[in-house]
Every structure is written in structure tokens, then in C-alpha cells.
Ligand binder design. Structure first.
Ligand SMILES: NC(=O)c1ccc[n+]([C@@H]2O[C@H](COP(=O)([O-])OP(=O)(O)OC[C@H]3O[C@@H](n4cnc5c(N)ncnc54)[C@H](O)[C@@H]3O)[C@@H](O)[C@H]2O)c1
Length: 356
């Protein structure tokens, strides 16, 4: 088992993050139920069904909210349903809220916990690859609103995160791929060594081979980034690589998060080639790693104009230009303002490149 510690300055919080196999019981503090006035849990309903046995012992005596599965439930309606459920169960300031599920459940539960009585403690138990390497690490919470992803949210560091590989055994391949896209994003933009190590193993990782070390490496790197820039003033923005175009494409096409971010990274790579010093060889190396996860993209349903309109609503819009995270070589990123004309050219070039 590996342990990492994520630190937040205000209020000073240290979040231990444990990564390993079959570690859930040993990582949950023995005095959990004595320490809090009540313990409640929000569990993704698919996870609840697939891991009933493990969860029934972990959550014995805990009131459980079974949260409907999927991104379309990451809404203000579900947030208020959760808050009302906390009220009806007389949760108070000393209650603990545990989130068990993918990024949707950890994001919305974290937001509910940060609002309820101005903040109650949470423990996150991410059950998807994406949740373990990204969504549950770093204290960000959010819901989507009026078609804009993560537009309402907060920073609310959890008290503990447990990334237990046991949950990944039931993950569908599509969900593993979505997590791998975020891992490739992190490695390609931030850590050349990890990029070289894992981009050569993608076929095996998609089959679930070697995920434990990948999770530990990705968590280590994300914790390093968050500890250096908890409020996303600079370095942490590296994690937005692929997300500017990706979020817009995801919202407009209802494509999976991973496929959308993969396409977003391909566009960012092309912009990097056009406007930074990214070599053709490095462009193709990173691009091929992405294509070995998702090869096909349906781009007929969007135009550069519709995408740009959506991107302009994005949090990263500055005047007429959009701030993009680009890479100049594997493991090295730069932030650059991009105009619509530059985006349009990169969009068409990208489509031509991956359709070769
Ligand atoms: N807070 C952050 O910093 C951050 C970072 C990255 C992504 N996110 C958010 O994370 C979300 C995506 O997360 P996700 O990919 O985990 O999606 P998700 O939570 O929708 O989970 C994907 C699917 O997998 C199912 N599932 C979960 N665990 C399972 C298991 N162990 N076995 C079988 N099925 C399981 C769920 O029911 C769901 O249908 C997005 O909303 C994204 O915005 C947040």
C-alpha cells in the first residue's frame, strides 16, 4: 500500500490518500463512528449493486443514499436532493459524509458537504480509474449547470481518500479507457518519464493489467501539483490540457468524458505544433498514445463555430482569446492565448491527421 499526503493552506488541511488492493477496511479509521455525531454515505447505485457484500460490511449502521449513475445526474436538482436528505436525516456540523463512486458522485457529494451547514467532513472512496487518479484528488467539487460543465463548485478537501483497486475489477473497458485518457494527459503534459513508461503499455492497461502502479504514479504526480498550487493559480492549470476543447465537445455531443478529452488533447497537440516548438516526432508520439485509447471521433455533429461559442463560456476565456494548455515536448507544458482563427485551423488539421 502507498500513502501520499495532499496539503491545503486555508484552512490548513492534510488529506492522506491511500492506494492499494483490498485496503478499504484497514484504511477507514477504527474510531470513525465515535468521532462523528452521525455517518452518512452517498453511493453510486451501480457500485452499490456490484459491491454489495463489501459495502454492507463497510457501511453497517450507516445511512445510505443510492445515487443514480451517470454524468446527467451531476445537477443542481440532485445536489438539492442530497442536501434535503442530509436535513431529513438530522445531519449536523459534526456529521461525516462518505462518497463512494466515480467522479460524478465524489464531485457532487463533495459540493453538498461543502455547502451543508457551511461545511462538513467527507471521506472519498473513488471507484473508477478516473476517480482514483484525478477527480477525488485535490479537493475540487462541482456540478454542471445550464449545459456548462463544473460551473458551480468549491474547494473542499476531504479528510481521507482511499483508492482501492478492488473496485476497478468490475469497471467496464470504456470506463478504464476514460481514466487512461486522464493519465496520458497528466503524463504527457507534466512527466516525461511516466509518459514514456505507460504509453508503451496502453493495450495491457486497457485490459486492466498494471493499473495499481499507474494509479500510485498518477496520484503521486497530481498530489505534487496540488501541493504546489492548491488554488489553480498557475501550475495546476496543466491539468486542463485537452479540457478546453474537450468540455465543449462533450457538452455538444454527449460523448463520454474520456473520448472528449482525448479529442481535446489532439487539438491542443496540433496547436502546440503550430504555435510552439513541439516537434513532429513528439506530436505523433503523444498523438498515437491518445489514438491507442480512442481512435474514432464523430466530428460531423459540431463545427468550429459551435465549439468556439461553447468554449467562450468556459472559465478560461480572456477577452477574444482562449487560454490553452499546450505542450512543447512530452512532460513540459506552456499556457498560450489562442484566437478563433488559430483554433479553426487546428481543428481541421486534427481531423485530417487522425483520419489518415
Ligand atoms: N474534481 C475534479 O478534480 C475532477 C477531475 C476530473 C474529472 N472530474 C469529474 O469526474 C466525472 C467523471 O468521472 P467518472 O469517469 O468516474 O464518471 P462516473 O462517476 O459517471 O462513473 C462512470 C460510470 O462507471 C460506473 N461505475 C463507477 N464505479 C464502478 C465500478 N467500480 N464498477 C463498475 N461500474 C462503476 C458509474 O455507475 C458510471 O456509470 C466528470 O463529471 C468530471 O467532470 C472531476
Amino acid at each position: 500500500m502507498k500513502k501520499f499526503v495532499c496539503r491545503f493552506p486555508q484552512p490548513a488541511t492534510s488529506t492522506p490518500i491511500y492506494c492499494g488492493s483490498d485496503i478499504l477496511h484497514q484504511c477507514l479509521p477504527a474510531d470513525l463512528y465515535g468521532k462523528y455525531s452521525s455517518v452518512l454515505a452517498v453511493v453510486d447505485e451501480t457500485v452499490y449493486r456490484l459491491h454489495r457484500l463489501l459495502l454492507s460490511s463497510t457501511l453497517s449502521g450507516v445511512r445510505v443514499y443510492r445515487f443514480p449513475s451517470g454524468e446527467r445526474y451531476k445537477t443542481h436538482r440532485q445536489l438539492f436532493a442530497l442536501l434535503e436528505w442530509l436535513m431529513s436525516n438530522q445531519a449536523d456540523r459534526r456529521s461525516l459524509l462518505i462518497a463512494i463512486g466515480g467522479g460524478v458522485v465524489t464531485d457532487i457529494t463533495g459540493l453538498a458537504a461543502s455547502c451543508y451547514m457551511r461545511g462538513i467532513d467527507t471521506i472519498l472512496i473513488p471507484t473508477t480509474l478516473l476517480g482514483q487518479i484525478d477527480a477525488a484528488i485535490g479537493g475540487k467539487t462541482a456540478i454542471n449547470y445550464k449545459g456548462i460543465k463544473n460551473i458551480i463548485g468549491s474547494f473542499h478537501p476531504p479528510r481521507l481518500v482511499v483508492c482501492d483497486q478492488h473496485f476497478l475489477e468490475t469497471l467496464p473497458r470504456r470506463s478504464i479507457k476514460d481514466g487512461l485518457v486522464e493519465a496520458v494527459k497528466l503524463f504527457a503534459a507534466y512527466d516525461a518519464e511516466s509518459f514514456a513508461r505507460y504509453s508503451a503499455r496502453i493495450a495491457g492497461l486497457i485490459k486492466g493489467e498494471g493499473l495499481e502502479t499507474l494509479v500510485a504514479d498518477a496520484v503521486r504526480l497530481k498530489v505534487e501539483i496540488v501541493n504546489r498550487d492548491p488554488w489553480e493559480q498557475g501550475l495546476r492549470r496543466v491539468l486542463n490540457f485537452g479540457h478546453t476543447t474537450g468540455h465543449a465537445y462533450e457538452t455538444l455531443t454527449c460523448s463520454s468524458h474520456g473520448r472528449a478529452i482525448a479529442l481535446g488533447m489532439l487539438v491542443a497537440l496540433r496547436l502546440s505544433r503550430l504555435h510552439l516548438d513541439l516537434s513532429a516526432a513528439d506530436h505523433d508520439k503523444i498523438g498515437e498514445a491518445i489514438l491507442s485509447i480512442y481512435r474514432r471521433y464523430n466530428t460531423n455533429r459540431v463545427t468550429p463555430q459551435t465549439l468556439w461559442q461553447k468554449i467562450k463560456h468556459d472559465k478560461k476565456c480572456v477577452g477574444r482569446e482562449i487560454s490553452y494548455i499546450l505542450v512543447d515536448k512530452p512532460g513540459s507544458y506552456r499556457e498560450k492565448p489562442i484566437t478563433y482563427q488559430q483554433f479553426k485551423r487546428a481543428w481541421y488539421d486534427t481531423r485530417e491527421w487522425y483520419s489518415r
